[in-house]
Design a protein around this ligand. Structure first.
Ligand code: SAM
Length: 371
């Protein structure tokens, strides 16, 4: 076996055009870092391994920018990439199988003269928001220790903990026996090797017996649940204690407390319209509500995290790791960012938000529900 593979040879083996390989080289994604005896540029073993990862992620539908973030992540070695790719491919296979089943059912129904409704025809595509945006998540989303301490305190002496909507597992306490639940295959695949075991499921239907855990926690996920009250009741059913970090979706709450949603992104109103207020959620499981102030230098880049560092919202990486921006759509996002940029340059933002400069932590409508 040749130690080094020329660009032409790699093109032949992979079916990827030489032009595409040159493009990957130009943008720094995969470089043929060595030369053959004849002086031709060639891929060394490590380059081939990286190219294999890039091509696999590409085949799974990831964009080149997302792939660059994934393959450059120093915390993920080749083995972890293989595990992640395997998980994503299995998920893709399962989804394809589910679509075949749905199409077979429709063919069968049509043969008997029964038409499926437009809604039924579309449900097989399902909303998989985090499968679209998940890859951008690790860039800025990590554990904020001061909020993690609040979660740990609320968990009390719980030994077994279920983490619902676990994502990459940022708030999973290392000193407890954690089981994670996460519906997005991309988020599951982004969990670190050695992270707590993760089950593919949604909050509204937890695949566990009553009282299986000492505690169930959910962090920054409830706003995504189709039916948050049903999800909370499920948590209550499977665990003796419930701890949830979320925002107050009522008009007087989150949206009006935070300058970004209030002054720049009024489209957030549509995201929370019809969602239950935090009081209603708490009442559904008999929880008490504790305000959580957001520190000015919050380490976890969620939507409100940069309330005293407004320039951060001009950074695409910061925005891509927060679902709100994707959910409002590209035009409102473009408008909000352009206006914020102008107001920062003109000093208008600073004038309007003068009182924030002296605060170390802000009350932005974020709450801990503890039941
Ligand atoms: C903002 S992320 C938070 C992830 C993690 N809890 C953290 O704090 O880093 C929201 C997560 O909720 C998940 N999610 C969406 N719908 C869900 C549902 N119905 N049940 C449980 N989790 C859900 C998403 O896939 C995503 O991973």
């Amino acid at each position: 076996m040749a130690e080094h593979l020329t660009v032409g040879r790699v093109a032949g083996l992979t079916g990827v055009s030489v032009r595409t390989l040159h493009h990957y080289d130009q943008i720094g994604l995969v470089r043929p870092s060595t030369r053959t005896a004849a002086g031709h540029r060639a891929y060394a073993a490590a380059d081939v391994e990286r190219l294999r990862e890039v091509l696999a992620y590409r085949r799974l539908g990831f964009g080149l920018r997302e792939i660059a973030d994934l393959v450059d992540d120093p915390a993920t070695d080749a083995l972890a990439h293989l595990h992640r790719l395997r998980g994503l491919l299995l998920d893709q296979r399962d989804r394809a199988a589910a679509m075949v089943t749905a199409i077979d059912a429709e063919l069968h129904a049509r043969a008997r003269g029964i038409m499926t409704t437009p809604e039924e025809q579309l449900t097989i595509f399902g909303p998989h928001l985090y499968d679209e945006i998940g890859c951008a998540y690790p860039a800025t989303r990590r554990t904020e220790p001061r909020i993690a301490a609040r979660v740990r305190e609320a968990l009390g002496d719980a030994r077994t903990v279920l983490n619902v909507g676990a994502g990459t597992g940022s708030y999973e306490p290392a000193d407890r026996e954690v089981t994670a639940v996460e519906p997005s295959a991309v988020m599951r695949a982004l969990r670190r090797p050695g992270a707590a075991p993760c089950v593919a499921a949604g909050a509204e239907s937890l695949p566990f017996e009553d009282g299986s855990f000492d505690a169930a926690m959910a962090f920054s996920t409830l706003h995504h649940w189709r039916d948050p009250v049903a999800g909370l009741r499920e948590m209550r059913r499977v665990a003796r204690r419930v701890v949830v970090f979320t925002h107050d979706a009522s008009d007087a709450g989150w949206r009006h407390r935070f300058w970004l949603s209030r002054d720049y992104l009024p489209e957030t109103a549509a995201l929370v319209a019809g969602r239950p207020s935090v009081d209603r959620l708490a009442a559904a499981i008999g929880a008490r509500l504790e305000p959580v102030l957001i520190p000015w230098d919050c380490a976890d880049g969620f939507f409100e995290a940069y309330w005293r560092r407004p320039e951060a919202y001009l950074d695409e990486h910061v925005r891509r790791a927060v679902s709100v921006w994707t959910r409002v759509g590209p035009e409102p996002e473009r408008r909000a960012v352009a206006r914020l940029r102008e107001d920062l340059a003109s000093g208008r933002w600073a004038k309007r938000n003068r009182e924030l400069a002296g605060l170390d932590a802000a009350e932005l409508g974020l709450r801990l529900l503890v039941a």
